[in-house]
Design a protein around this ligand. Structure first.
Ligand code: GLP
Length: 241
């Protein structure tokens, strides 16, 4: 596990964008596993800047997103499909048909989970998987549990995740209670992982995930067992390492 501590959020994003850009230069038709949340926004800004400066070409890149809320349409501004369109896809030349996010409106959620897992497997799993981390250690929407969930599945969100995500919704009652997420097994099959952690409020979970025991109660801790992980933190998130 490589750990890079940047001075601040800006520095963390510069590092993260450089690593993703290097992946695209190395393999122009790479499969990127992408994440949502506030942490990657600055990374996506810089990737869009590199594209606009003519430094990066997304025309052959394929992308698979980690997760999506159950019940939100792509037009809903809180859906993860909407987030990705706004923050990255509409700003670079990635082909719409090469971008994938689970369908939160699928009539049969179980079938959608199976379809999505088969899609990722068909791609041979991501060349590079970008991750953020939840305050309780979740990655994607894999919440603390008694065992690591393997494949893409439907998950009931914990109260702490619902509370954390309610800041994005006008009315807390609108925060979805369930999501579709890639499993821990799907994430661990990525060839490389890039975990971004920012902010003072993440310092305890950063220490637990990176330095504590590997346990499904801290889902991100399993990354300690992955052979190729780079963690980028700002100084505030790294304070307890
Ligand atoms: C959501 C997403 C995660 C993300 C987490 C942290 O729960 N499903 O993929 O890592 O939020 O978000 P933030 O970066 O805003 O703290």
């Amino acid at each position: 596990m490589r750990i890079i501590v940047a001075k601040d959020y800006e520095g963390m994003c510069v590092n993260g964008a450089n690593l993703i850009a290097a992946q695209i230069l190395l393999k122009p038709d790479c499969v990127l596993g992408l994440a949502t949340g506030s942490t990657p926004c600055g990374i996506y800004d810089r990737l869009a800047g590199k594209y606009q400066a003519g430094e990066l070409d997304f025309s052959a890149v394929r992308s698979v997103n980690l997760d999506e809320y159950v019940g939100l349409s792509p037009e809903n501004d809180q859906s993860y499909r909407y987030f990705m369109q706004k923050n990255l896809f509409s700003r670079v030349n990635i082909r719409p048909e090469n971008t994938h996010v689970p369908d939160g409106l699928a009539a049969d959620i179980e079938a959608e989970c199976q379809r999505y897992e088969a899609l990722i497997a068909g791609y041979g799993y991501p060349d590079l998987q970008l991750l953020g981390i939840g305050l309780n250690g979740h990655i994607g929407f894999n919440e603390p549990e008694d065992q690591f969930p393997v494949a893409t599945h439907r998950v009931a969100l914990t109260e702490s995740t619902i509370a954390a995500n309610s800041r994005f919704f006008e009315n807390p009652a609108e925060v979805p209670r369930a999501a579709i997420t890639m499993g821990i097994g799907s994430i661990m099959r990525a060839k490389r992982v890039l975990l971004a952690i920012s902010g003072e409020n993440k310092k305890e979970i950063a220490r637990a995930a990176l330095c504590g025991p590997v346990t499904p109660q801290v889902p991100a801790s399993i990354l300690q067992l992955h052979p190729d992980v780079t963690v980028i933190l700002d100084a505030a998130a790294a304070a307890l390492l």
